[in-house]
Design a protein around this ligand. Structure first.
Ligand SMILES: C[S@@+](CC[C@H](N)C(=O)[O-])C[C@H]1O[C@@H](n2cnc3c(N)ncnc32)[C@H](O)[C@@H]1O
Length: 251
């Protein structure tokens, strides 16, 4: 592992690296991508560390997910609202013509998000708030996306209601989530045992949510849910898919 701290007086270099201070922190770990660091300044120490970790991208996981993200996100147009964007690793999959709104309660991630959006040339707006109470009017957005976020929110059913509220009729919800392993398996037992400590260290993440059941009952039309596994310890089971907000309200 190589860690470095670099100071530059070259303003063009600052701008290229999207930092305001001229200080660039870098390191190289075999699995983790090198990042030019915007410095997060507010929030609790926990939030700052969590934001810093979220800005790291595991290159193996990212390369496994890339084809799925491309398939789910590339055709989305108009105004896209992303819940819990974290370090902003989804920007590269969006069309450059979209207007992106991020709802991210950890304000220490915001500098990372702005930097990533600028790097990918995406028009971006960050709204403080939570997915349980999305700060947007009814029927405002063309698409909502969430990756690894329904595991972390405190009330996923309320979040799904909020997603349907802010989507335009016919709008799309695109998601990728890690989920509970099948009941009675060793993996499920491990997920259950590790839940309290994992929630505490991983920003409220529940390793054993049966999120697909919640999606099936939420009221989306044309719901597709693909179950697959990624070899990442006790959060291997994943789902990915799309749902559509009905064009007509249900009777
Ligand atoms: C595991 S991270 C995933 C980050 C990113 N979506 C990704 O795929 O790399 C979960 C994210 O959800 C955010 N989050 C947690 N609770 C939330 C809530 N109630 N509403 C919106 N975002 C939330 C966290 O701050 C964090 O950025």
């Amino acid at each position: 592992m190589v860690v470095g701290l670099e100071y530059t007086t070259n303003r063009a270099d600052w701008q290229r690296n999207c930092t305001s201070s001229g200080i660039r922190v870098y390191w190289v770990v075999s699995e983790v991508k090198q990042i030019n660091e915007p410095v997060a300044t507010r929030g609790s120490a926990y939030q700052r560390v969590h934001a810093w970790l979220l800005a790291r991208e595991n290159s193996r996981y990212a390369s496994i997910m890339a084809p799925r993200k491309r398939a789910l996100f590339a055709d989305l147009e108009g105004t896209i609202l992303e819940l819990g964007p974290g370090g902003g690793h989804n920007f590269r999959f969006f069309s450059p013509t979209v207007h992106w709104i991020g709802i991210e309660p950890n304000s220490c991630t915001h500098p990372y998000l702005r930097a990533q959006a600028a790097r990918e040339g995406i028009s971006a707006e960050i709204r403080p708030g939570r997915a349980e109470e999305i700060p947007a009017p009814d029927g405002m957005v063309d698409a909502v996306i969430g990756t690894l976020v329904l595991c972390s929110v405190s009330d996923p059913q309320r979040v799904l209601r909020e997603i349907l509220r802010v989507l335009k009729p016919g709008g799309t919800f695109a998601f990728i989530e890690h989920v509970a392993a099948p009941e009675e398996t060793g993996m499920r037992m491990v997920q259950r045992m590790i839940r309290p400590i994992w929630k505490a260290i991983a920003g409220g993440c529940h390793p054993d949510r049966e999120t697909w059941h919640l999606l099936e009952r939420a009221g989306f039309e044309d719901l597709t849910i693909d179950h697959f596994k990624v070899s990442v310890a006790f959060i291997a089971p994943h789902i990915a898919g799309l749902g559509t907000k009905p064009r007509r309200p249900s009777p």
